[in-house]
Ligand binder design. Structure first.
Ligand SMILES: Nc1ncnc2c1ncn2[C@@H]1O[C@H](COP(=O)(O)OP(=O)(O)OP(=O)(O)O)[C@@H](O)[C@H]1O
Ligand SMILES: [Mg+2]
Length: 248
């Protein structure tokens, strides 16, 4: 049997003495999407930040493609940053830079692309997000949905092996939300990118997810196919959680 593209083994994380993630393990194949749900404070953002190499951890190994990254080693954590992209809830674009500069800065600095090549790649990404004509706009001149689409393009510009989203639509109104959700659906369909998405949009989670899990107090309560998770969850905790989200 071939090994999964992404495998997280025994990730544990504390803030001070307080345990936040307890021995979390899961795997995802190439091109698949894992959806993560869970109540506020259960550790979802922390989990993504640990996978992105932004947080020191007690233990945990991430296998990504051919690489085996010991997340508890500060030096190795740097290497997690190279292969993973994280799109935050509040699109943190560089405010003083145009859309084009936002998209070309990291590829030039971290991937060593020449300016012309970085621009060319950025133009392809702008086509993908439907904003080719806004390359010279500054973030403050864009709507929230457009800014979030640029943030997604900026993460893609680093050609990550793993792309993660932390509640990518929670600060958007319903129409803008749909713009961003459609873009993520499109990525799933056309880009063969492996994704982890924290979201409480159940309909979206059901169609974009291959796998889904409920996290509570840093433990995986239920983990299974997204279809079963969202339509016929086994755990009574998941049933209660999904019911509360639907009624919210
Ligand atoms: N830098 C920090 N220092 C100390 N504690 C932290 C820090 N960041 C997060 N925490 C704590 O870790 C726990 C998990 O936080 P996290 O942000 O991962 O939750 P979450 O599941 O993403 O919640 P939400 O749905 O509200 O975004 C919370 O109890 C939080 O208070
Ligand atoms: Mg969070």
């Amino acid at each position: 049997m071939s090994e999964p593209f992404l495998a997280l083994q025994s990730l544990s994380k504390k803030f001070g003495e307080i345990p936040i993630l307890n021995d979390v393990s899961f795997s995802v194949d190439k091109g698949e999407t894992m959806v993560i749900c869970g109540p506020s404070g259960c550790g979802k953002s922390t989990l993504l930040r640990c996978l992105n190499g932004l947080e020191p951890v007690t233990s945990g190994t991430l296998r990504l493609g051919e690489r085996e990254i010991d997340l508890s080693s500060p030096k190795n954590r740097e290497s997690a940053r190279i292969g993973t992209g994280l799109v935050f809830q509040n699109f943190n674009l560089f405010p003083h830079m145009s859309v084009m500069d936002n998209l070309t800065l990291a590829p030039r600095r971290a991937r060593g692309l020449r300016a012309g090549d970085a621009r060319q790649e950025a133009e392809t990404l702008l086509d993908l997000i439907g904003l080719r004509d806004r390359a010279s706009a500054y973030p403050f001149e864009l709507s929230g949905g457009q800014r979030q689409r640029v943030a997604i393009a900026r993460a893609l510009a680093m050609k990550p092996q793993l792309l993660m989203f932390d509640e990518p639509t929670s600060s958007l109104d319903p129409e803008k939300k749909e713009e961003v959700l459609s873009l993520i659906r499109e990525l799933k369909r056309t880009q063969d990118v492996t994704m982890i998405v924290v979201t409480h949009e159940i309909g979206f989670g059901k169609d974009v997810g291959d796998w889904a899990m409920l996290l509570e107090d840093g433990d995986i309560v239920e983990h299974g196919s997204a279809k079963e998770f969202f339509t016929a969850p086994v755990s009574s905790r998941t049933q209660k959680f999904l019911k509360a989200v639907i009624n919210a």
